[in-house]
Design a protein around this ligand. Structure first.
Ligand code: GLY
Length: 568
């Protein structure tokens, strides 16, 4: 639906508010919590997190329990076979992050996905066992617990063990996924039985779905912490499976994996402080660069969802994504990345000055760009009674990752190696990118777009937000933040409103098809943009602090079939 919001005088603000009420009447509303809130893509997992908060656990404890629960109840992206990032702001306003991104195996190399002619072997970086990165999730959650957790580790893993062992009711969303996956690849033996019930048949909606092998893996993690995954039975089985099926991850890779605590990237937008994930995610740097550029915009002349809005936002995205492609990669392999420059106001001013408000710029196809694969990932946001907040995004890369795993372990492997630049030196207008910061090297972390973010006001968490969606993550988080901070939307309005995506190359604007008017589309085309409709962008899970009511509002994006905000 076409939404138009005028920022300006009082009359206009009332008018926009009324329009928003009309346009968002299909929204999913907000949940309220005075003492805490968990918002995730699965109601059972949110419930696990809330129970931990009620038992006196802090936001880190609740996040660990929620993350393990999502492995069981949201296996599309909830994972122990993948990796991700956690941003933590404590009640004193101090912020840190945990990087548990997957890394390349020791035996990985720049040419591993190329044929004799130096060309990418089709889909090998997403479809073969070589596409599995060394998983980081268990190490990341364990490090978060060691440094900042308060409850016993075993009590945080146990709810996930219970869900896997005792089962939970199969939802229609999961059932639909199961049918689609099985129909898509009938030769995939692992996925064919993955969703089975105890009678060996596909579990139907309303039936209990138990995951016995996964329960055993989780018990090992519960009893032995990080070592329960990176050593012993699980590590042996991963190595065995890889050897038998053409993968390269070995026990040494697993034993050497370390999650890393890193400082956040920090920026500001008017009076708000922005904290987000530093490389190896590109999300935080690009988000801050875009918000910095938007500070130079005159919002009085840019009604939300108008032609000037879409044009400007797309041009800002184009520039940030070009910089992302040129400069960003794993910081441990690229010590000289110009992060400070890219997130500075002076740089944004120069970048903004290159935008022609009447005409689309051209993305230079001879330089850089990127396809926007990686559709699935999941985000959750947590806040506790003391005001500690966690913003966590983790992923298997594709929906259900590689769709392969060991039946003895019961979890799915990621295909995250696809996030590296696969063909050195080749960048083209189709979005292939070959710049050096993100080329494959042994033990290197692949560049991510995950953007777990905490926005603070007066030193306390104000907006906790993130999304799945591959490269679209950065832009959907960016627009949601802008909707709240610049367009004064409530959180459900901000999440449900129209989103666009531009990533420099390929050079087009992707837009949510039912939310942009035909007139606006035509006007944008006359400025030189090419537009591509999609059903939906992003699946945001957020928490906003209502300063007047002194209450947290939580919103799970209505595009999430099983998502839920639960407060208390
Ligand atoms: N696999 C999606 C991302 O890390 O951006």
């Amino acid at each position: 639906m076409f939404q138009m919001i005028f920022i300006g005088n009082r009359f206009n603000q009332i008018f926009c508010f009324l329009l928003l009420l009309i346009n968002c009447s299909t929204g999913i509303g907000q949940e309220y919590g005075q003492h805490g809130m968990v918002v995730s893509s699965n109601k059972l997992a949110s419930q696990v997190g809330i129970e931990i908060l009620k038992k006196g656990g802090n936001a880190i404890d609740a996040s660990i329990a929620t993350a393990f629960a999502l492995q069981v109840t949201h296996p599309e992206a909830g994972n122990i076979g993948g990796g991700g990032f956690l941003v933590f702001m404590n009640a004193k306003g101090q912020v840190t992050t945990i990087d548990f991104r997957e890394k390349a195996a020791l035996a990985a190399n720049q040419k591993m996905f190329l044929n004799d002619k130096g060309q990418l072997m089709q889909d090998s970086n997403h479809e073969s066992l070589l596409s599995v990165g060394v998983p980081g999730t268990v190490a990341g959650l364990f490090l978060a617990h060691q440094k900042y957790g308060t409850l016993a580790w075993k009590d945080l893993v146990q709810p996930a063990v219970n869900l896997a062992k005792n089962g939970f009711i199969m939802s229609w969303g999961l059932y639909r996924d199961a049918r689609e996956i099985i129909a898509l690849d009938t030769s995939n033996a692992f996925m064919k039985t993955y969703f089975n019930n105890s009678k060996g048949q596909l579990c139907k909606p309303g039936e209990l779905w138990k995951q016995a092998a996964l329960a055993k893996t989780l018990e090992l993690i519960r009893d032995h912490g990080q070592d329960g995954f990176y050593k012993g039975f699980v590590a042996n089985e991963i190595e065995d499976y890889m050897k038998k099926n053409g993968g390269i991850i070995c026990k040494n890779d697993l034993e050497r994996y370390k999650a890393i605590e890193r400082p956040p990237v920090k920026g500001s937008f008017n009076d708000f402080e922005i904290y987000s994930m530093a490389p190896p995610s590109s999300g935080g740097v690009a988000l801050i660069e875009m918000l910095n550029m938007m500070e130079f915009a005159n919002f009085n002349t840019i009604p939300f969802n108008s032609t000037p809005y879409v044009h400007l936002v797309a041009e800002v995205m184009r520039r940030a994504f070009a910089d992302r492609a040129e400069y960003l990669g794993d910081p441990d392999f690229n010590p000289d990345m110009p992060i400070h420059q890219l997130t500075s106001k002076e740089f944004a001013k120069k970048r903004f000055a290159t935008i022609d408000l009447n005409k689309a710029s051209s993305s230079d196809p001879l330089k850089f760009g990127h396809p926007y694969g990686g559709e699935n990932t999941t985000h959750f946001s947590v806040v506790d009674k003391d005001g500690n907040a966690v913003s966590l995004t983790y992923t298997l890369e594709y929906s259900y990752g590689l769709r392969r795993g060991s039946e003895k372990l019961g979890f799915i492997f990621n295909n995250e190696m696809g996030d590296f630049n696969a063909v050195p030196g080749i960048t083209n207008r189709f979005g292939q990118i070959g710049s050096s910061p993100n080329l494959i090297a042994p033990e290197k972390r692949m560049l991510s777009s995950m953007t777990p973010t905490i926005i603070a006001k007066n030193g306390r968490p104000y907006l906790i937000i993130g999304s799945p969606g591959g490269r679209t993550i950065i832009n959907t988080v960016f627009q949601t933040v802008l909707n709240v901070l610049a367009y004064n939307m409530t959180l459900d309005q901000a999440i449900e409103s129209m989103k666009i995506h531009h990533q420099w190359l390929p050079d087009f604007i992707v837009y949510e098809k039912n939310l942009l008017s035909p007139d606006t589309k035509t006007a944008l085309e006359s400025k030189g943009h090419q537009l591509i409709p999609v059903d939906n962008l992003g699946c945001l899970m957020g928490i906003l602090y209502d300063e007047k009511l002194k209450v947290y509002t939580g919103v799970a994006d209505s595009s999430s079939p099983d998502g839920a905000a639960i407060g208390y």
